[in-house]
Design a protein around this ligand. Structure first.
Ligand SMILES: N[C@@H](CCC(=O)N[C@@H](CS)C(=O)NCC(=O)O)C(=O)O
Length: 234
C-alpha cells in the first residue's frame, strides 16, 4: 500500500456487492465524496452462483478473499475500515475526515464503537435462527442505538457539523433496516437516530447504496430460507 497523494489521474475500482454491509461503507464513502469508480461485482460465497470465477486480481490482493476491496491506480487494499482511511490519504478532495485533529480522533473512536456495538447484533439478527438468539441480538442493537442516540444530542451528525467516516460505518444499518424489521427487529428507533437516519437518506452517498425493494425482499427471503434450513437440521 502506498501513501502517495498524487491520485488526480488514477482510476479507482471497487470490488463489492450490495448485500455486504462492509462493502456498503466503502460504496457510500466513494459516492459521498464524488469519487468516480467502476464496480466489480464479487458476491459473497453464500450468494455466489456455482460458475462464478473470482477475478485473479481479487484473489491476489484480498488476503482473506473478502469484499470489500478497493483499487486506486496500481494499488489494492481489502478490509472496510482500513480502506476508508486509505481513501482519505490517497484522494484528498471532499474528505470525510475533519481537519481538526481532536475531531479526527473522535471520528475514529466512533467508527470503532459503531463497528463493535452495532454490527455484531445487526448481523446476529439475520444470522440468528433460534428465537432467543434473535431476541438477544435485537435487545443488543436497541441498547447500542440508545447509546449512539446520546451522541446525536450534541450535534446533527455523529461527530460535529458535517457527515464523516462515522456515517459511512453506520449507513449499512439504515440500508437494511426494513429487512431487519421483517426479520424480527421491531423496536422503535430513538428519535435522534430516526432523525439522523432521515438526514442520511438525503446525502449524495445514500443513492449509491440504498436498496431497491427487490434487494430488500431478496435479503429477507434469503435469511428466512437460511433460518428454515438451520431449524430443520437441529
Ligand atoms: N472485516 C471485514 C469483513 C468483510 C466481510 O466479512 N466480508 C464478507 C461479505 S459481507 C466476505 O467477503 N466473506 C467471504 C465470502 O463470503 O466469500 C471488513 O470490514 O471489510
Amino acid at each position: 500500500m502506498s501513501t502517495d497523494t498524487d491520485t488526480e489521474t488514477e482510476s479507482v475500482s471497487f470490488y463489492g456487492h450490495w448485500i455486504c454491509p462492509f462493502a456498503t461503507r466503502v460504496a457510500f464513502a466513494l459516492a459521498q465524496r464524488g469519487i468516480e469508480y467502476d464496480t466489480v461485482n464479487v458476491a459473497p460465497l453464500a450468494v455466489r452462483g456455482p460458475h462464478f470465477v473470482l477475478p485473479p486480481e481479487f484473489v491476489a490482493n484480498s488476503p482473506r478473499l473478502e469484499i470489500p476491496m478497493l483499487r486506486i491506480g496500481p494499488d489494492y487494499l481489502a478490509d472496510s475500515m482500513p480502506i476508508l482511511e486509505w481513501m482519505e490519504q490517497r484522494i484528498t478532495d471532499s474528505p470525510l475526515l475533519p481537519t481538526d485533529e481532536n475531531e479526527r480522533i473522535e471520528v475514529r473512536q466512533r467508527m470503532a464503537q459503531i463497528d463493535r456495538l452495532v454490527f455484531r447484533p445487526m448481523i446476529g439478527i439475520y444470522y440468528g435462527h433460534e428465537p432467543e438468539r434473535i431476541a438477544q441480538s435485537c435487545a443488543a442493537l436497541s441498547a447500542a442505538l440508545v447509546e449512539i442516540a446520546q451522541w446525536l444530542q450534541q450535534s446533527e451528525w455523529l461527530v460535529g457539523s458535517e457527515p464523516t467516516l462515522a456515517e459511512a460505518v453506520m449507513i449499512p444499518l439504515y440500508v437494511r433496516l426494513d429487512g431487519l424489521r421483517a426479520l424480527g427487529f421491531t423496536d422503535a428507533l430513538p428519535s435522534t437516530i430516526e432523525q439522523h437516519r432521515q438526514r442520511c437518506t438525503e446525502l449524495k452517498g445514500w443513492t449509491a447504496v440504498q436498496w431497491t425493494s427487490e434487494e430488500s425482499t431478496e435479503f429477507v427471503d434469503r435469511f428466512l430460507a437460511y433460518r428454515r434450513k438451520q431449524n430443520a437440521s437441529t
